[in-house]
Design a protein around this ligand. Structure first.
Ligand code: AP5
Length: 219
């Protein structure tokens, strides 16, 4: 791999994409770009885009492809995004094709796509115990990955909250959507020889090590 790394993490809700992407981006010295975080920030700021996507996100539905693609194109082709760790986008084969197109035009092709695999019971345990920082969006788990202080973000001390789409019924809906799209999305990258399967079970450190090895193998 020459130049800044361009890594994509994919996997079901709760697989640990955000947790790993945050740490990996720091380690590689590149931005962490997460579609869910960008969409939540737009809602938080009350932008027209935020108003448009709110109902989709609150239901746990996918935001329409064209809306997400436009948002991600703005971010991924910006001058400070030559390298990145991307998570949450793409989620459909159509988004994957659009991503390829925008990255090819910017001369920034992906180095590797890491598929994080975690069984459903564990996804449910992870999501129902999750808390996030509303300010920096860092994700915690009250048992598996707690903050140093019970209620506050290690980064900025802001009080942690539960995401409104982390209820069990909304999670089940998100999992159904993921399962509907996953085969086509992973097939898209498998066909192009980009996909590395990584076991997402185990400690955050163990999973990080596996992801690091997958990136090295792709270099
Ligand atoms: P988004 O925010 O992307 O949510 P998601 O994909 O459902 O993924 P999550 O954030 O739920 O899980 P994660 O894999 O990041 O897990 P985390 O690291 O936090 O999207 C939200 C919504 O935005 C979508 O539903 C949709 O509406 C919209 N959207 C976003 N992108 C879109 C797109 N491209 N197209 C259309 N719509 C889009 O970990 C989970 C928990 O587990 C945490 O508590 C963490 O501390 C814990 N944990 C992590 N690793 C471990 C470990 N190894 N062991 C134990 N616990 C762990």
């Amino acid at each position: 791999m020459s130049g800044p790394a361009r890594v994509l993490l994919v996997g079901p809700p709760g697989a640990g994409k955000g947790t790993q992407a945050f740490q990996l981006a720091e380690r590689l010295g590149v931005p962490h770009v997460a579609s869910g975080n960008l969409l939540r920030e737009a809602m938080e700021r009350g932008t027209p885009l935020g108003a448009e996507v709110r109902s989709y996100m609150e239901r746990g539905d996918l935001v329409p492809d064209e809306v997400v693609v436009a948002l991600m194109a703005d971010t991924l082709t910006a001058p400070d995004c030559v390298g990145f760790v991307l998570d949450g986008f793409p989620r459909t084969a159509a988004q994957a094709a659009a991503l390829d197109e925008m990255l090819a035009a910017a001369g920034r092709p992906l180095d590797v796509v890491v598929l994080m695999e975690v069984e459903e019971d564990e996804l449910i345990r992870r999501i129902t115990g999750r808390r996030i920082c509303p300010e920096c969006q860092r994700s915690y788990h009250m048992t598996y990955n707690p903050p140093a202080d019970d209620e506050s973000c290690d980064e900025d001390g802001v009080h942690l909250v539960t995401r409104p789409d982390d209820t069990l019924d909304k999670l089940r809906h998100r999992l159904d959507i993921y399962n509907r799209e996953a085969a086509e999305l992973s097939g898209y990258y498998e066909q192009r020889g980009f996909l590395a399967h990584v076991d997402g079970l185990g400690s955050v450190e163990d999973v990080a090590e596996r992801i690091g090895k997958a990136i090295e193998a792709a270099a």
